[in-house]
Design a protein around this ligand. Structure first.
Ligand code: NAD
Length: 503
């Protein structure tokens, strides 16, 4: 079966009509072969505004549905995702080039967040707070917020939507989603899967709870600027966040910004080197280096440098790069030519800064428009030049260190602050890394890599990563508004702070 036919068959199984695949002028290509697999319709700014108005009308109804009942819709969404895991996972592999276990893993993450959100629908707790006034009760209540805008990146084309949507829905919000223009097909598939869940749920799910807006940055801007969208959760590059953040601030809307990472690992003298090797290999090469949490920098203590770096280089030279759909390769393609060019440019800059490059060359997979590349490991004399920035490709910069305090400072010296890890069996090093004086990232790990987070924890990073948190823990609070309520059940009217105002 050709890729075009397979894509169309998968989408039809998921509930997307064949007509939608040739309905417009946005060409969707698969990075696996570089061929165009669909041309879908994009929305105009005016259509986007109408969709947001519809989602707002849906919100006005949905907020009245009790939260545990809202959880039932998300439970059904989880069931639909379980039933269609294979098809959706395969579609992720076709549209993004992920290897099968990662395509399926992304759908599993969607199922996991649905399970989490169902439980959460009975746990949207507020506090009861001691009041200084006799005969009074003070408490906080969490209310639905409104339309939640979701802007997502190409590399997690479905999971990021679900992290936001599952929470937003149980919190009583409606969702308007602007997926990456590189991955609209998986978004259309999610829309169809969600529609099935709504159908099974029944009449108290208002029409317009989820709207999908296919289009580019201009459509994203329409979402960002719309006054009826009190929260936008935007995932993508720091460049995108710099554009979106101030616009949202300008109208006092909330932003959950999930931006670029420049994540590092530190290998200490006591590290279990076999374990570190495996964790670094997955963290740095997995998903062809196209995860926000991909390990991009590695600091290795001088005493173990010669024991681990040559082994890492060997792994880089031998790892299988190739067509992810055939199930043998561990490294699939880059998303497009621009990603390949960006990688080559960074490698040139690294060489100019004294780096010694292993790998990084294009791998011929028999498709002129598909960009497969051997991951690159670059030994650098110091942290300089392209090491300071995220290049969204499989490049690992390796640097030697001798002093623990100095390496923590180096670790924290870049703009991004998403994920970090340390490999050590020295409890003092591990605890210092996790302490206030240690890693400055939103995610800090010990003896595991930088990538592969679970949904139970809050996900996100500091500094140029944007500061947003989504997924688990108390990330749900961003999707609700908090009201502090004070009730006077006495017959007097005592004022706080002893103020008297007798008229
Ligand atoms: P991108 O910034 O090019 O695009 C991301 C999304 O933002 C797309 O939907 C795009 O259309 C939209 N967009 C771009 N400019 C916009 C604007 N001015 N206004 C509104 N919307 C706009 O990113 P990408 O290439 O798709 O994804 C890779 C980047 O995403 C990397 O930097 C990666 O680290 C980051 N990322 C971060 C996380 C995280 O959770 N921190 C997760 C995944 C990806």
């Amino acid at each position: 079966m050709t890729l075009v036919n397979e894509t169309s068959a998968l989408l039809s199984k998921l509930g997307v009509s064949a007509a939608a695949l040739s309905a417009g002028d946005l060409a969707v290509s698969s990075p696996v072969t570089g061929e165009t697999i669909a041309t879908v319709a994009q929305v105009s700014a005016a259509t986007a505004a109408n969709a947001i108005d519809e989602a707002h009308a849906a919100f006005l109804e949905w907020r009245k549905v009790p939260a545990p009942r809202r959880g039932e819709l998300v439970r059904l969404l989880g069931e639909e995702l379980r039933a269609h895991k294979d098809e959706l996972g395969r579609l992720v592999s076709i549209e993004v080039g992920k290897i099968p276990s990662e395509g399926l893993g992304e759908v599993q993450e969607m199922i996991d967040i649905c399970d989490f959100a169902v439980g959460l629908s009975r746990q949207l707790y507020g506090l009861t707070i001691a009041t200084e006034r006799p005969g009074h009760r003070m408490m906080e209540t969490w209310h639905p917020l409104g339309v939640v805008g979701v802007i997502s990146a190409f590399n997690f084309p479905v999971a990021v939507w679900s992290w936001n949507a599952a929470l937003a829905l149980v919190c009583g919000d409606s969702v308007v989603w602007k997926p990456s223009e590189k991955t609209p097909l998986t978004a259309l598939a999610c829309e169809a899967i969600f529609a099935r869940a709504v159908k099974r749920f029944g009449d108290d799910a208002p029409h317009g709870l989820l709207k999908v807006l296919v289009g580019g940055a201009d459509v994203g801007e329409a979402l960002v600027d719309h006054p009826r969208v009190p929260l936008v959760s935007a995932t993508g590059s720091t460049r995108m966040g710099r554009a979106v953040g101030p616009r949202l601030a300008g109208r006092f809307a909330r932003a959950v910004l999930e931006l670029g990472g420049n994540n590092a690992g530190i290998v200490c003298p006591s590290a279990d080197l076999d374990m570190a090797l495996r964790a670094i290999a997955f963290g740095a090469m997995g998903t062809a280096g196209q995860r926000c949490t991909t390990m991009r920098r590695l600091f290795v203590h001088e005493s173990v440098y010669d024991q681990i770096v040559p082994r890492l280089k060997k792994a880089y030279e031998s790892v299988t790069v190739g067509n992810p759909l055939e199930g043998k390769a561990l490294i699939g393609p880059l998303i497009d030519k621009a990603a390949f060019d960006g990688m080559q440019k960074a490698l040139e800059e690294a060489k100019a800064a004294g780096g010694s490059v292993t790998g990084g060359v294009r791998v011929d997979a028999g498709h002129a428009e598909a960009f497969y590349v051997r991951p690159a490991i670059v030994e650098m004399p110091s942290q300089t030049g392209p090491v300071m920035e995220e290049t969204f490709a499989p490049i690992l910069y390796v640097m030697k260190y001798s002093d623990f305090d100095a390496v923590i400072a180096e670790h924290n010296a870049v703009g991004a602050g998403l994920s970090s890890s340390i490999f050590t069996r020295d409890i003092q090093e591990a605890e210092r890394f996790l302490s206030a004086e240690g890693s400055d990232c939103g995610i800090a790990n010990v003896n595991i890599g930088t990538s592969g987070a679970e949904i139970g924890g809050a996900f996100g990073g500091e500094k140029e990563t944007g500061g947003g948190r989504e997924s688990g823990s108390d990330a749900w609070k961003a999707y609700m508004r908090r009201a502090t309520n004070t009730v006077n059940y006495s017959k007097a009217l005592p004022l706080a702070q002893g103020v008297s105002f007798d008229i």
